[in-house]
Ligand binder design. Sequence first.
Ligand SMILES: *Cc1c(COP(=O)(O)O)cnc(C)c1O
Length: 371
Amino acid sequence: MFKEPIYITRPLLPNLNDILSSLTDVWNNQWLTNNGPQHSKLEDQLKQYLNVENLSLFNNGTSALLLGIKALNLTGEVITTPFTFPATVQALDWNNLTPVFCDIDPTTLTLDAAKIESLITEKTSAILGVHTFGNPCDVKRIQTIANKYNLKVIYDGAHTFGTNIEQHPIGNFGDMTMFSFHATKLFNTVEGGALTYKDESLVEKLNLLKNFGIANPEEVILSGLNAKLNEIQSIIGLEVLKLVELERQKRHEIKKVYEQYLADIPGIRVLTKNEGDQSSYQYFVIQIDKEIYGKTRDWLHEKLKEFNVFTRKYFFPLCSEFKWYENLKSARKENLPQAHKVVTEVLAMPYYGELQMESVIKICKVIRESR
Ligand SMILES: *Cc1c(COP(=O)(O)O)cnc(C)c1O
């Protein structure tokens, strides 16, 4: 039993004194939001860090995705995964688009590319994939399908800050990728997000969309939203960005200890290995095979609570189970067998740089011995 509760994550926070001088700059020039100097600086640094040409900042990942989809003028249906955070599909809802749920690959837990083509109709305008837990989608195969049917490709990359697919920066795949900078994400601006995109001409449209469609003091030319990242958040981002590499290294060591101590427990599989690709170090997720392990995921989730360890059933429930999709054919359980199996088996473990190695070893011991 741990004295202090252990949660799944801890936000990466800069030293308070380090942000004071930047905050003083903001206080002095009294520019708090609307494309200020800190915002521009963060945009430039993130372009470099993520190795992308085009990047726009937003007040959170969800509004980034929502407005990115709007900027691409999608219509009708969008093929996506049921195994994701609600924001992915809600960004479609808010654009009056119908999600078409496609089952997932049982190994990567991302869209099963082999099942996409059979879901395409004359109404399909895009494929929206999620790089689940940092496991990249099958980007090559998805792009081939998209080219064949003239579809747009969008990725929810909320779990993949700064990763590559075979040396290629992940933000360069598809037409657009969304990143989330929520407090629980590896890199955070408290709340925040970004889009990276192929078509550089989108920058003006995205700037309009995140600022009420105001083109100049006399003209409002489209219906937008207020989705701007402010100067204070930008400062936090600039400081947190300096800490990300060290945090990755710490998480790498923690991951190794987890993998070592979980390796020979029957029925436990580590899902976030990312062989060949660089890990995103966002989550450490295991899958519990109840037949072999002898207990269910839900049992282990409750058992760990008794030891003061709070894991998360990411992503539970499936988005296809939301009440407002109950009449949607693609949301039916029989069409999504892998997603329905996986959603009862995965568990995100405590994972952050400050997590003590002894704690990791103790958690693994509970998993091994308490069943
Ligand atoms: C965190 C997350 C989001 C939402 O991002 P916000 O910045 O919190 O709006 C979207 N999709 C996935 C997969 C996420 O994990």
